[in-house]
Ligand binder design. Structure first.
Ligand code: FES
Ligand code: FES
Length: 913
């Protein structure tokens, strides 16, 4: 067959049944991505005769005789197409995994299609940006600025990888080809709870191309947690690489390693597994009741399982004052029970990686991870390897949102590479992503709250039941975090928490953006609004009367480990003012019929800027011979902007421009330790290490220049790529040359231990319209104010907030993993799960408080996950304001709202204002 790909003719026959996506990737067009392989996401978009198509659902032979354009060929001769330039100017990407497909679709639109972007972009999903920067690109807006030497911090500088991202040249986990690579496919459990009695490997090994079948008999008999934290005591040791007991549908049973994916899949089909079915428990309330089947009865508190016989992974109980008495004496009280569902991170790049053993005997793992250093630590422990015999690294990661703070593939990759001695690749399908990685913890939260006549809180109580699924990764820390800042942000003399997290025979929960707070805030912020309503004061006023102020203790009953949380800066009051003012302004005029009810709601959140219990980062920076600098940090880039911000910090400290900072990151073979990019620590913790290293080197440069110029180092300053000592100016390049001649290398290191920690704040406001006849919701206005300290990069921070609000709106309005009574995920596809598309996502007005944090790098605070947290709560409050009904279960789908609306308003009873 003859194809024209990116203007060049060539002939090759695809394999029988091969789709165009894999055909193009095998030819080296790595800009063609995989997000779903089902035609739902658009990551694989290419142009065929100028028309955008999803190449994953087009048979490759259909392109015979047609002109195919991938992102690499959109602009001739390696140039930049106007749409690629527009994406650069607007910085219309974060992780960039959707960007190739998105640009190709946008570049193909005619004027009429551009007028209807809701329809035109419905085939291209972006999980990171919230789509507004993409709309900006189509509108020709420029969101970036320049910065003179020494002024990078605080400016909206573009991401350094931008040109490679928009041209499809940025290399993600699977964008490499290796000689002799084998492929792994996994046989997964069809049962929610069973013991594996035997696995007959022979039929699979007889499949041509199959090299190995790995089962529990081949895996180290060692327990660990897939969760990755600096301190192992945070998570239970309840998991094996491959176990002889399966505890959820989708759990790993056996890995088949073969020359091709097809052979590995055939091997999986032929494996014969004999199971003994065990009783299962799907509901968390039933799981902790007496007599329920125990999933981990063999685990003990020493393995950090609080009560294996009762399926309790962790629990927290505590009280300040006396809540019962305070409630009895309160002028107003509220009690309600709220439920939150399972949601998936849905990063467009699935989990996976490659592993090989190099000629020096080092196990190399190239992985889609947020935590390369902690993953290396786990591999050394599980496989008894010396740290210098394991290297884990990532190049560019296609989204994480907490889901890649786990080790789901690297252990299998390591086992397969060790067993076969060949390079191996393991790439999850989208279905595997849904049924076998981790999700947000579903929670049932009962809140009790009281206030006196003056609107001062008298009592706050939370009763939480969290569902961790079959394994306890992140179960305890998420539970404690959920109950901590949600109560800690309010001054109240009587607080109580009773919280339990239960094992069930369902897909595990894990770290997810917000780390439990969105679930509890839905209840707490509803209670605050209901108290205000009972007292006849505004939602803003009751919060102003009760939120913590600098100097107030940050008290929450489950934790005593908050002594290192300080008010590095405080902007919650500003955030409330900013949202209140913005909400008073008119939104766009929309004509609505009288059956639309209109209401407004707000919610606030506080978050510690670093996870508790230790979070470490080392940075190293060295002067290069050309006068530039090489900066090495361990933290990963997965759309969170660390590669931009770290260069800004270093460039500012060294009085230079960001183009002089050459960054090497997220590779255990280079630099010191880094706990990882989670809990928004990439800026706050690793940024402080970078600042420290750069300031140390700046000082060394001054001393070196003063010696060379025979001046007092106190009179030397760094200025525009030079050190100026009195009237003498010595360029960095001259210093490097002099140092080299003296046999010296100028470099410095910096360390951050993640303590003391600060607090960041966010306030979200919504104006919504709800149709009282259908339950349909329209968002008329969305405003978000954030206290991010001194904002390191306003454009990027704004993007994090827009993306966080959009992702949270998905979890508030549509997204839900449905699990049937047998424990099976019934909708493991984007098509059935409903990620927000361009049309679903309103523009959010983003505002910043004006503060400078005393603890953060150059005054900045973290702001990657917290914008997600108040969204469901604010929307619930807006719905209650509009309808007078308190909806207590997310997602707020029309079919869930309708029965209560119908009961209250009957057949289209109109009410408007
Ligand atoms: S990978 Fe083709 S549409 Fe998702
Ligand atoms: S930038 Fe769109 S999915 Fe990450």
């Amino acid at each position: 067959m003859t194809y024209q790909i990116n203007g060049k003719e060539f002939s090759q026959n695809p394999r029988a049944g091969q789709c165009l996506r894999t055909f193009l990737r095998e030819l080296g067009h790595f800009g063609v991505k995989k997000g779903c392989d089902a035609g739902d996401c658009g990551a694989c978009t290419v142009l065929v005769d100028g028309e955008p198509v999803h190449s994953c659902i087009i048979p490759a032979f259909r392109a015979d005789g047609h002109a195919v354009t991938t992102i690499e060929g959109l602009a001739p001769d390696g140039g930049t197409h106007p749409m690629q330039q527009a994406f650069l100017d607007a910085q219309a990407f974060q992780c960039g995994f959707c960007t190739s497909g998105m640009i190709l679709t946008c570049a193909s639109l005619n004027q009429a299609q551009r007028q209807d972007l809701d329809a035109s972009l419905k085939g291209n999903l972006c999980r990171c940006t919230g789509y507004r920067a993409i709309e900006d690109a189509l509108d020709g807006k420029t969101n970036i600025e320049d910065a003179a030497a020494g002024t990078a911090f605080g400016r909206s500088l573009p991401a350094p990888a931008g040109p490679r991202v928009v041209r499809g040249e940025a290399r993600y986990t699977f964008d490499v080809a290796m000689e002799g690579m084998l492929h792994i496919k996994m046989l997964r459990s069809p049962h929610p709870h069973a013991k594996i009695l035997s696995i007959d490997k022979t039929p699979a090994l007889n499949v041509p191309g199959v090299h190995a079948v790995l089962t529990f008999e081949d895996a180290p008999d060692r327990l660990f947690s897939t969760a990755r934290h600096e301190k192992a005591w945070m998570d239970p040791d309840d998991t094996r690489v491959l176990d002889d007991v399966v505890r959820f549908i989708g759990q790993k049973v056996a890995a088949v390693v073969a020359e091709t994916e097809a052979a590995a899949e055939e091997g999986c089909r032929r494996l014969k597994v004999e199971y003994e079915i065990l009783p299962d428990v799907i509901d968390p309330a039933r799981a902790i009741a007496a007599g329920a089947p125990a999933l981990h009865s063999d685990k003990t508190p020493e393995q950090r399982v609080a009560n294996g016989q009762r399926n309790i992974v962790a629990e927290a109980h505590g009280e300040y004052g006396n809540v019962a008495t305070a409630l009895a004496l309160s002028a107003v009280t509220y009690e309600g029970t709220f439920t939150t569902q399972r949601v998936q991170h849905a990063a467009l790049e699935t989990h996976g990686g490659l592993a090989w053993i190099d000629s020096a005997g080092v196990l190399n793992v190239r992985s889609s991870t947020q935590v390369p250093f902690l993953t290396r630590r786990a591999l050394t422990e599980i496989f008894d390897l010396a740290p210098d015999k394991v290297r884990v690294f990532c190049e560019r990661v296609g989204g994480g949102f907490g889901g890649k703070q786990e080790m789901f593939v690297e252990d299998i990759l390591a086992l397969a590479a060790i067993e076969t001695g060949r390079p191996v690749k393991f790439e999850f399908t989208r279905e595997e992503q849904f049924i076998s990685t981790s999700t947000r913890h579903p929670m049932r939260v009962t809140v009790k709250a009281g206030a006196d006549r003056n609107g001062k809180l008298t009592a706050l109580q939370l009763d939480v039941l969290s569902n961790t699924g079959a394994y306890g990764n992140h179960a305890g820390p998420v539970l404690f975090h959920a109950c901590s800042e949600s109560l800690g942000v309010y001054n109240c003399p009587n607080k109580k928490v009773d919280a339990v997290v239960a094992y069930t025979n369902t897909v595990p929960s894990g770290a997810f953006r917000g780390y439990g707070l969105p679930q509890t805030l839905l209840a707490v912020e509803a209670a605050i609004d209901e108290l205000a309503k009972g007292l006849g004061i505004s939602p803003y006023e009751i919060r102003r009367r009760n939120v913590v102020q600098p100097g107030d203790p940050l008290l929450s009953p489950p934790g005593s480990g908050h002594t290192d949380v300080l008010y590095g800066s405080y902007g919650l009051d500003q955030c409330l003012d900013l949202v209140e003012r913005a909400m008073q302004a008119d939104g766009p005029k929309i004509e609505l019929s009288p059956d639309w009810l209109i209401g407004e709601g707000i919610a606030l959140t506080m978050i510690d800027t670093v996870p508790p219990g230790g979070h470490l980062a080392d940075a190293r920076i060295a002067l290069r011979g050309d006068g530039g600098f090489e900066l090495i940090v361990g933290t990963a880039e997965f759309g969170n902007g660390t590669s931009t911000v770290h260069r800004q910090i270093a460039a500012t400290a060294l009085a230079t421009t960001v183009d002089q900072i050459h960054l090497l990151q997220s590779d255990t073979a280079h630099g010191g330790h880094d706990t990882g990019a989670y809990g928004s620590a990439g800026t706050f913790v690793a940024g402080r290490a970078t600042q420290s290293a750069a300031e140390n080197l700046a000082n060394d440069l001054k001393v070196f220049a003063s010696t060379a110029t025979k001046t007092n180092p106190d009179t030397c300053i760094l200025e525009n790529d030079s050190v100026v000592c009195g009237r003498q100016r010595v360029s960095f390049a001259q210093i490097a040359e002099t140092a080299r001649a003296q046999g010296q290398a100028l470099s410095a290191t910096g360390t951050s231990e993640g303590t003391p920690r600060s607090v960041a704040f966010n306030v979200q406001g919504f104006r919504v319209a709800v149709n009282n006849g259908t339950g349909e919701i329209k968002i008329l206005k969305s405003v978000h104010a954030a206290d991010a300290g001194r904002v390191a990069n306003p454009m990027q921070c704004c993007g994090q907030i827009e993306g966080g609000v959009a992702q949270s709106l998905g979890a508030t309005l549509y997204e839900e993993m449905v699990i049937d009574e047998g424990g099976r995920v019934v909708n493991p596809k984007f098509r059935d799960y409903h990620l927000p598309s361009f049309a679903d996502t309103p523009r959010t007005e983003v505002l910043f408080a004006d503060t400078t944090d005393a603890l953060g790098p150059m005054g900045a605070k973290s702001m990657s996950e917290s914008p997600y947290n108040p969204v469901a709560a604010a929307l619930g409050n807006a719905l209650a304001d509009a309808t007078g009904i308190r909806f207590t279960a997310v997602p707020f789908k029309p079919d869930r709202l309708w029965p209560m609306l119908h009961e209250k308003f009957g057949e289209k009873t109109a009410r408007s204002r």
